[in-house]
Design a protein around this ligand. Structure first.
Ligand code: TMP
Length: 253
């Protein structure tokens, strides 16, 4: 197979040049990291599950009119996406206190919040993605006030969609992170949902038992991450046919 040009390699994904200008191929790795990559592991099958799950969420969001970078899934680990200019922010939406917010405010994890709360982290691994106020974002030119208003509106639509889809399969959407990209149609700039939506970037708790079905299973050593993600995929009806690697040629009779 012809080698494609690798444009970027992150902790969980690789971006390759796409077949047409303005497109990229997004490859989902099996690598998992936490605490700014202090903790690492390779979790067989994670990339396949996240490719499918991100396709499922992005397609659903597209169907209700939320613009996303997703074009189509290409194979078990790759999807074709629109090339965007990523805004260097992690946009976090929280419905219940957990993780860093619970710690910062001394709240018990799972405490319901009075309304969805949106916060922004500046994407910079060397700095550990610090939380930043809107004033920094505007002053440093990462996004304008108008961009931020649009990002908040988009994030709340994603929240409503994701919370509903999850509730329907007995899962509570505690919080999640999205990334936003800019695309240009001639001189007109638009903001669209980019990156991925998967259990790597959400907190998902079983409504009945409270069991964690997201990357906290890895962060906190709570068991098998593949089992947790497979359960999410199974409930949503998006289980891949085969999540394991073929390690050697198999004879097909
Ligand atoms: P936090 O409570 O650790 O700040 O995480 C909030 C949400 O953002 C949670 O759903 C996990 C997600 N997240 C990422 O997707 N990437 C990250 O690097 C971090 C720190 C959190």
């Amino acid at each position: 197979m012809a080698r494609r040009k690798k444009l970027y390699e992150g902790k969980a994904k690789i971006l390759y040049e796409g077949p047409e200008p303005g497109t990229l191929v997004q490859y989902f790795k099996d690598d998992a990291t936490a605490f700014n990559a202090e903790k690492r592991a390779t979790i067989e099958g994670k990339g396949v599950l996240n490719n499918r799950l991100s396709e499922f969420f992005m397609t659903g969001l597209g169907n209700i009119g939320v613009p996303t970078h997703f074009i189509k899934r290409l194979n078990m680990r790759e999807q074709l996406i629109r090339q965007v200019e990523i805004i260097p922010l992690e946009v976090i939406v929280r419905n219940f206190a957990a993780g860093s917010m619970a710690k910062r405010l001394g709240l018990e994890e799972g405490t319901p919040l009075p309304r969805p709360i949106i916060e922004f982290s500046y994407k910079d691994d060397a700095l550990g993605d610090p939380l930043v106020p809107e004033e920094y974002i505007i002053a440093f030119g990462w996004a304008s006030q108008q961009d931020l208003d649009d990002i908040v509106a988009l994030a709340l639509r994603v929240n409503d969609f994701m919370a509903g889809v999850m509730f329907a399969v007995g899962i509570k959407l505690v919080d999640f992170k999205i990334e936003i990209g800019r695309v240009w149609d001639n001189d007109y700039m638009r903001l669209i949902l980019a990156d991925e939506i998967s259990p790597d970037s959400c907190r998902l708790w079983d409504i009945e038992t409270g069991q964690k079905l997201d990357k906290d299973v890895f962060r906190r050593d709570l068991g098998s991450l593949t089992d947790a993600y497979t359960e999410v995929a199974r409930r949503l009806g998006v289980l891949p046919t085969n999540v394991t690697h073929a390690t050697k040629p198999t004879l097909i009779n």
